[in-house]
Write a protein that binds this ligand. Structure first.
Ligand code: HEM
Length: 140
């Protein structure tokens, strides 16, 4: 029984590291977020935006925004950990920012190749000149 006026605190970090729902929780496994896995989770097992009546109203917007930002950046840039960057250590604040930040390197993708890859559904003679246009933009 929960005593009257008891204060209850939920820790999403702990829920989301429960190996019953998230096996090997420290492993980076994007497949965890596929709809077929999500639909097997009990309600409130995954609560980055909380749940119930005070659920984050920016939930859908935040996910869409992050997806668009990642897709836009990664179409044009490659990213990796900088030399000497170890495993990030979380700091227990309101959120869990990495202590001291995370040093990355970014490098431009070969835009012409990327554009031609996107364009391969067209027969060879009908491919657009989007790769050349993107290269021209980058030269400015
Ligand atoms: C990754 C991005 C975000 C995360 C992880 C997040 C997370 C959360 C969480 C956990 C809560 C519940 C706090 C509580 O238990 O009282 C919350 C509430 C809220 N969030 Fe977000 N949020 C995000 C983005 C946004 C955005 C983009 C907006 C607005 C455009 C937003 C607006 C709100 C509002 C207004 C509440 C209060 C809802 C209420 O108390 O009725 N959030 N958010």
């Amino acid at each position: 029984m929960v005593p009257r006026n008891a204060r209850i605190q939920l820790f999403p970090y702990i829920c989301q590291h429960d190996p019953r729902w998230f096996p090997e929780p420290e492993v980076f496994d994007p497949a965890r977020f596929l709809p077929e896995h999500q639909s097997t989770l009990p309600q409130f097992a995954y609560i980055p935006f909380d749940g119930g009546p005070r659920v984050c109203i920016g939930n859908t917007f935040a996910i869409m925004e992050m997806t668009l930002v990642a897709a836009t950046l990664l179409q044009n840039l490659k990213v990796g950990l900088a030399v000497g960057q170890g495993t990030a250590k979380p700091v227990a604040l309101m959120s869990l920012p990495p202590k001291g930040g995370v040093r990355l390197w970014w490098t431009r993708r070969n835009v012409q190749d990327a554009a031609l890859n996107l364009d391969t559904r067209l027969p060879r003679g009908q491919r657009s000149d989007v790769g050349r246009q993107m290269t021209d933009c980058n030269a400015q």
